[in-house]
Design a binder for this molecule. Structure first.
Ligand SMILES: Cc1ncc(COP(=O)(O)O)c(C=O)c1O
Length: 419
């Protein structure tokens, strides 16, 4: 069942931020890839935790036990979100970048001179520099996988040609936060494993749009960030149990050596994690609403919800790309071919012949349309496209956006172009 306009409206009403007005008109949030808005139930969960259950973990008193129970439930919820059987293989932390730096230092301790690590030109720098630094510490070599510049997709032949028995890790994103290209991560994991390498997936940009499935992907590790999928600022790391158990985590001595605590350095952002639990429930609720079936398991509901989200967002993407193609001076990067839209997410980056991305973002911002500009830390990509230092303008659609909002940004871009 698709996400009907009525259901989209029902979702929208749950987000207080979406009722914000500027100059008498509702604001249009197209800045989702930099951070999405948050539904009321997530805000309530955060404040309820702080108001009534705030304590450290393992306290022998009511609030301590309530915190432990909430944390257990949050691990279970994210395991459902990722399709993982084992909630203890989910670790929380401050954000994806910090978790990845910490994890890369640990993994890097198992590498040696002569080992190789593959990173890609399409990735956010948070899935590049941690590996570059860890490889440098270990004396290992980093190899950069190229892209097809004409459609900003990963060059899979190049990736395969760079895989060898020396490769220890392939670090790759599920989808580009800049141009939306989806990578065939299932194939990549298979090829990497055939070569004896592990795979670390960055699912930060993928998770607001489509179902993460660590089993189907076949990855060894996966990182994510809840503030990109309608939750609070909390990072998440998943890994295979045997690897998380044997790898040497950087941790203080009194902290537990068992999972998941081993990878969760210091005291956690409990209120944020309470919010993550509510966020997963919000996404599952969409699945129950579209399928009109309250008996679905949370994982099944998430599957239904994401399928509906993906279909709905596909329609918005088509409308946006068709409109942009008619605006003189606009150049869109990435896949634009109507027959290939399933290979990308609704995150659209563009340049304009007469306005810099910063000027466009500023002009749109004055009209109450919130967008992003620059390289969004996907620096290797903007460098390859010759777009530094200005980068691109990014219009990021998520399921709370509407066709009217797409039309508004198109009209605004036309107007700015004519000014
Ligand atoms: C694809 C991608 N990976 C990683 C990150 C870094 O995430 P965090 O802000 O949680 O460190 C971002 C943030 O923009 C991103 O878009």
């Amino acid at each position: 069942m698709p996400l009907t306009p009525e259901l989209v409206d029902r979702c929208r009403r749950q987000f207080p931020a979406l009722s914000r007005n500027q100059d008498g008109r509702p604001v249009v949030y197209l800045d989702g890839p930099a951070g999405t808005q948050v539904p009321q139930r997530v805000i309530d969960a955060v404040s309820d935790y702080l108001a009534h259950h705030n304590a450290n973990q393992c306290g022998r008193f009511a609030a301590g036990r309530e915190t432990d129970a909430m944390m257990t439930a949050a691990h279970e919820a994210v395991a459902d979100l990722f399709g993982a059987d084992d909630p203890d293989t989910v670790a929380f932390g401050p954000n994806m970048t910090t978790l990845t730096f910490a994890f890369s230092r640990a993994l890097g301790r198992t590498w040696h001179a002569g080992d190789e690590v593959l990173v890609t030109r399409l990735d956010h720098d948070a899935n590049i520099t941690p590996w570059v630094r860890a490889a440098a510490d270990a004396g290992a070599t980093v190899r950069l996988v190229e892209i097809h510049r004409e459609d900003c997709t990963l060059d899979l032949d190049d990736l395969r040609s760079k895989l060898s028995e020396r490769t220890r890790l392939v670090a790759v994103g599920c989808a580009s936060n800049s141009v939306g290209s989806i990578n065939p991560v299932g194939d990549i994991c298979r090829w990497a494993h055939q070569a004896g390498a592990e795979v670390f997936l960055d699912a930060v940009h993928f998770a607001p749009h489509d179902l993460v499935d660590v089993k189907e992907f076949g990855c060894d590790y996966l990182a994510c960030s809840a503030y990109k999928f309608f939750g609070p600022h909390v990072g998440i790391l998943w890994g295979r149990r045997e690897r998380l158990e044997e790898l040497p985590a950087y941790k203080v001595r009194p902290a537990s050596d068992s999972l998941p605590s081993k990878w969760m350095t210091g005291t956690q952002n409990h209120e944020g994690i309470a919010g993550v639990l509510a966020t997963v429930e919000y996404l599952a609720e969409i699945g129950r609403a579209v399928s009109r079936d309250d008996s679905l398991s949370r994982r099944e509901a998430l599957r239904e919800g994401y399928a509906a989200i993906r279909e709905y967002e596909g329609g918005l993407l088509q409308r946006l790309l068709a409109g942009l193609a008619k605006i003189e001076g606009v150049r869109v990067y990435g896949i634009t071919d109507e027959g290939r839209l399933h290979e990308r997410l609704p995150t659209v980056s563009l340049t304009h012949a007469r306005h810099t991305p910063a000027e466009l973002a500023e002009q749109l911002g004055r009209r109450g349309i919130f967008t992003w500009h620059g390289n969004y830390y996907a620096l290797c990509l903007t460098e390859a496209l010759g777009l530094e230092p200005h980068g691109m303008l990014r219009l990021g659609l998520v399921h709370y956006n509407t066709a009217d909002e797409v039309d508004r940004v198109l009209a605004a871009l036309r107007e700015i172009g004519e000014s």
